[in-house]
Design a protein around this ligand. Structure first.
Ligand SMILES: O=P(O)(O)OC[C@@H](O)[C@@H](O)c1c[nH]c2ccccc12
Length: 262
């Protein structure tokens, strides 16, 4: 059993438990649910922003604890001032030590699109994402059938969310493209064995149709890499650990962006 299989199995139980506590109809009554979402595309095209989607990640299955001290609000405010185009917050508890409370805390201090970073397998988690403050959801092709990618993305669009599809290889990409998707991210990390290689981004960029925002995800730690990815056609870059492993992630991003401009 791969780690991804374990996470997905756990998600099925979690979603069943959550549904027993709060129904989807009740989520639709939450105050944040009726909000108008920020557009990911507009924020990425904003001339004063960097294209970076900066992530708040306390821990991960591959690294264990990354940062147990910095609070979500201080970090995402730092990211926002440093020029992030969007913010990603992990909400998985068991493997990443995140929560929906982290998502709402981030929402309170942000004027940027906010991604619920989660292993989504059920429409219910998409309603939760909106109800707790997200503007963007992630659909991971590796754990969804094409029919699921289609129906989940259509539901997300129907409640005004932006949809980021994550792929790791060409087969996942070709089977998962639908018009209800806004952005396609190439995960440089293999979720089955955690190996990281930017070659995944380089190999897939020209196979992604230009109508989608192209995002390169994971393992980015050098401003030169961003320049290179941009030249090859990416508009956006998802970075977590490189900032989170420092004592002041917002400051680390500010310095990184400073180098990017030189
Ligand atoms: O910390 P990194 O290597 O900069 O990676 C960030 C982000 O891409 C990574 O956390 C991620 C990409 N896809 C995911 C899916 C689930 C959980 C986490 C992820």
């Amino acid at each position: 059993m791969t780690i991804l299989d374990k996470i997905v199995a756990r998600k099925k139980t979690e979603v069943a438990e959550a549904k027993a506590r709060v129904t989807i109809q009740q989520l639709e009554e939450y105050p944040l649910f009726s909000r108008i979402c920020y557009s990911l595309k507009e924020s990425i095209e904003h001339p004063q922003r960097t294209g970076i989607i900066a992530e708040y990640k306390r821990a991960s299955p591959s690294k264990g604890i990354i940062n147990g001290k910095s609070t979500v609000q201080e970090v995402v405010q730092g990211y926002q001032s440093a020029g992030a185009s969007a913010i990603s917050v992990l909400t998985d508890q068991d493997f990443f030590q995140g929560s929906l409370a982290d998502l709402t805390a981030a929402r309170e201090v942000l004027q940027l699109p906010l991604l619920r970073k989660e292993f989504i397998i059920d429409k219910y988690q998409i309603a939760e994402a909106k109800a707790f403050g997200a503007d963007i959801i992630l659909l991971i092709a590796a754990c969804l059938t094409p029919a699921e990618v289609e129906s989940l993305s259509i539901y997300a669009k129907s409640i005004g969310l932006n949809v980021l599809l994550e792929v790791h290889n060409e087969e996942e990409l070709q089977r998962s493209i639908f018009n209800s998707i806004d952005a396609i991210g190439v995960n440089n990390r293999n979720l089955k064995d955690f190996s990281v290689s930017l070659d995944h981004s380089y190999d897939l960029v020209n196979k992604i149709p230009n109508r989608f925002i192209k995002v390169s995800e994971s393992g980015i730690s050098d401003p030169h890499t961003i320049r290179d990815l941009k030249k090859r056609g990416f508009q956006s870059f998802l970075i977590g650990e490189n900032f989170m492993k420092t004592v002041d992630p917002g400051e680390a991003m500010k310095n990184f962006v400073g180098e990017l401009k030189n």
